[in-house]
Design a protein around this ligand. Structure first.
Ligand SMILES: [Zn+2]
Length: 198
C-alpha cells in the first residue's frame, strides 16, 4: 500500500503524456489523458497493489484473477485498443477490434513513448524502445483492427528510424491533417512524406 508512490507515478506519467499531446495539437486529449486513474475504483487498487517497477494491474490480476481497475480504465479511455473491442459480425471470431480514430492512435503513441521513458529511465531509453516493446507482442494482438495495427507499427517505425522530432511533426501535420492521407494507409503516407523531404 503506497498512495503517495502511486500518485507520483501516475501524475508523472500524465504530465509527460500531456506535454507530448500538446506538441501534436491534441490539447483536450492531453488534459484528459488517464484522468480515470484518479477515480476511487482505479486509484484505491493502484495504491493497494503499488510496486513501483510494473503496473499494479498485474499484481491485482495475480491476486484475484482479474484487474477491476483495468476493466474500469479501458472502458473509459479511448487511447487503448482494448477499448475498441466490439462484437464481431464474423461468427468465427465473436469479438474484434473496431478501427480506432486517428487522434486516439496518436494519443496511444504518446502514451507508449511516455511509459517507456518512465519505466526504463532516461538513461536506458532510446527511440527504438517503443517499437521493440510492441514487436514482442505484435503476433498475439489478433483483436486489433488491421488498419489500426498497421498505423501503430508504422508510427513506431518512424520513431525508431527517424527520431522523435520527425515523428511528432509527421503526426501533427500529416497523419492528423492530410485528408488525402486518410484514403491511403499510413505506410504509403510515410513514404510520400519522406520522399517530399529529401
Ligand atoms: Zn491509459
Amino acid at each position: 500500500m503506497d498512495p503517495w508512490g502511486h500518485f507520483k507515478t501516475i501524475t508523472k506519467h500524465k504530465m509527460l503524456v500531456m506535454k507530448y499531446c500538446f506538441r501534436i495539437g491534441l490539447y483536450k486529449q492531453g488534459l484528459l489523458h488517464d484522468l480515470s486513474k484518479y477515480s476511487p475504483t482505479e486509484f484505491i487498487q493502484g495504491c493497494k497493489y503499488y510496486q513501483g517497477f510494473r503496473s499494479p494491474n498485474n499484481a491485482e490480476r495475480e491476486d484475484t484473477g482479474v484487474s477491476l481497475a483495468w476493466l474500469h480504465h479501458k472502458g473509459r479511455n479511448r487511447h487503448h485498443y482494448e477499448h475498441w473491442v466490439d462484437y464481431s459480425l464474423d461468427t468465427e471470431k465473436v469479438i474484434m477490434g473496431a478501427k480506432m480514430p486517428r487522434r486516439y492512435v496518436a494519443e496511444m503513441i504518446m502514451d507508449r513513448i511516455s511509459a517507456s521513458r518512465n519505466y526504463l529511465g532516461e538513461e536506458a531509453y532510446n527511440d527504438q524502445q517503443p517499437l521493440a516493446y510492441y514487436m514482442k507482442s505484435k503476433e498475439k494482438l489478433w483483436f486489433i483492427h488491421p488498419e489500426t495495427k498497421r498505423d501503430l507499427e508504422a508510427l513506431l517505425r518512424i520513431l525508431a528510424d527517424h527520431g522523435e522530432k520527425k515523428l511528432l511533426h509527421y503526426i501533427k501535420y500529416v497523419y492528423l491533417k492530410d485528408e488525402h492521407c486518410a484514403a491511403y494507409n499510413a505506410l504509403q503516407c510515410v513514404k510520400r512524406y519522406f520522399k517530399k523531404e529529401q
